[in-house]
Write a protein that binds this ligand. Structure first.
Ligand code: COA
Length: 372
């Protein structure tokens, strides 16, 4: 049975933060910290903090700005966290709200009535609560049928969920599965950490996965999916309900995202490019069979290397488009945003690859072919 991606949807938050704005706030924090601790720094008891720079961020990552849900709290040197008020249980929760916005766009593009959706999977790097599942709240808000559940595979959340959706359909448990990937990443960003303060932005995407025989014209046949994981502590976030009583560590930076970017870069590039090449061999695909790679958006240099290893030549912006410059790293949403924004020119028969990689480590590749 052929399973397809019928349509995708994208929610982009209302605010943007440029590198210059982010760096100005970070450097004001550094100046203040160093002044406040001048004596301890002079005595060698504390390390002076170093300033960040716009040039470094652009060169090392490719990020120029990011979209965010809330800006003032992020830039306010007193806070340096987004101010996101908690909502009452009766109100739609924030992650459900952005999921519904992306989902409505995907459903509309597919001409699908929400009542025809048989399952909702909410898959993302950080869920705002353990239960009830966000997916069930989204299912309820849309008026969808069937069942819903949440899952988390960090930056590979969307691709892993697409495979799950595809498997559910092939097994006959559903005909139409809505995947939502609400990546509200700024909530776990450490804006006081020079190495990582610039990395993430917020966005949500939705992917409608369906049986080919009910799909709209122009849907994307899923030619094959492949997932891989390998344990690593190089990207980690220890926030969780089991450590809330631990006074000594409550404000530890490791309750936010931490990463060894260099190690990630070195280890993930070969892991992902080998996986893609192996998957291509399994599906009997050559590099020339692919019109485009929609890669995970964490680092432009990393994408350049992976694309080159897969295609055998340096990829043009058309062959491996970047959305990182405007969106920042949006975890699982990145490759889907690239796909959503850069696929309109595909003709029937054109093929491409959606590929994610990130914490876990986790990687997922999905080859698709445009239908008539
Ligand atoms: N401003 C200015 N300089 C900075 C800086 C900042 N904000 N942060 C670090 N630097 C400095 C470092 O101190 C270092 O200086 P040194 O050479 O004198 O020691 C230098 O810049 C290089 O730092 P490094 O951390 O090695 O940079 P990098 O080139 O590896 O880039 C990342 C950092 C995070 C952008 C990059 O490693 C990356 O994106 N890796 C992949 C991460 C990833 O894919 N994660 C998945 C998450 S989903």
């Amino acid at each position: 049975m052929t399973v397809v991606i019928s349509a995708t949807g994208l929610y982009t938050p209302p605010y943007t933060i440029s590198n210059a704005e982010l760096v100005a706030s970070f450097n004001a924090y550094v100046e203040r910290f160093n002044a406040e601790h001048a004596a301890a720094i002079a005595a060698g008891e504390k390390q002076a903090l170093l300033p960040s720079s716009v040039e470094f961020i652009e060169k090392a990552s490719g990020i120029k700005h990011r979209f965010v849900l809330e800006k003032d709290g992020m830039l306010d040197v007193e806070r340096m966290v987004p101010i996101i008020p908690e909502r009452p249980n009766e109100a739609l929760s924030l992650q459900a709200e952005v999921s519904v916005a992306a989902a409505k766009q995907a459903l509309e593009r597919a001409g699908r009535d929400p009542m025809d959706v048989d399952a909702v999977i909410c898959s993302c790097s950080s869920l705002q609560r353990p239960y009830p599942a966000l997916a069930i709240e989204v299912q309820n808000a849309l008026g969808a049928g069937g069942f819903g559940y949440d899952m988390n595979v960090a930056c590979s959340s969307a691709t892993f969920a697409i495979q799950n959706a595809s498997d559910i359909i092939r097994a006959g448990h559903a005909r139409s599965v809505l995947v939502v990937n609400p990546e509200l990443c700024t909530g776990h960003l450490n804006l006081r950490d020079r190495d990582t303060h610039f990395i993430f932005g917020d966005a949500a995407v939705a992917i409608l996965v369906e049986r080919a025989d009910m799909a709209p014209p122009g849907a994307w046949a899923i030619l094959g999916t492949k997932l891989q994981t390998r344990f690593s502590n190089n990207i980690r976030n220890n926030f969780g309900f089991l450590n809330r009583g631990d006074e000594a560590h409550r404000d530890d930076p490791d309750k936010l995202i931490t990463q060894q970017g260099r190690k990630v870069f070195k280890e993930v590039v070969p892991m992902v490019s080998e996986m893609i090449l192996q998957h291509m061999a399994e599906l009997d695909l050559k590099p020339s069979d692919l019109k485009r790679l929609w890669l995970h958006q964490a680092n432009s240099n990393m994408n350049r290397l992976i694309a080159e290893r897969v295609l055998g030549h340096e990829a043009s912006q058309e062959e491996a488009p970047t959305v990182l410059d405007t969106y920042g790293n949006t975890a699982g949403a990145g490759s889907i945003i690239a796909f959503h924004l850069h696929s309109n020119d595909f003709k029937a028969g054109d093929r491409g690859l959606i590929c994610s990689f990130g914490a876990g480590y986790s990687a997922g590749s999905i080859f698709v072919q445009k239908s008539a």
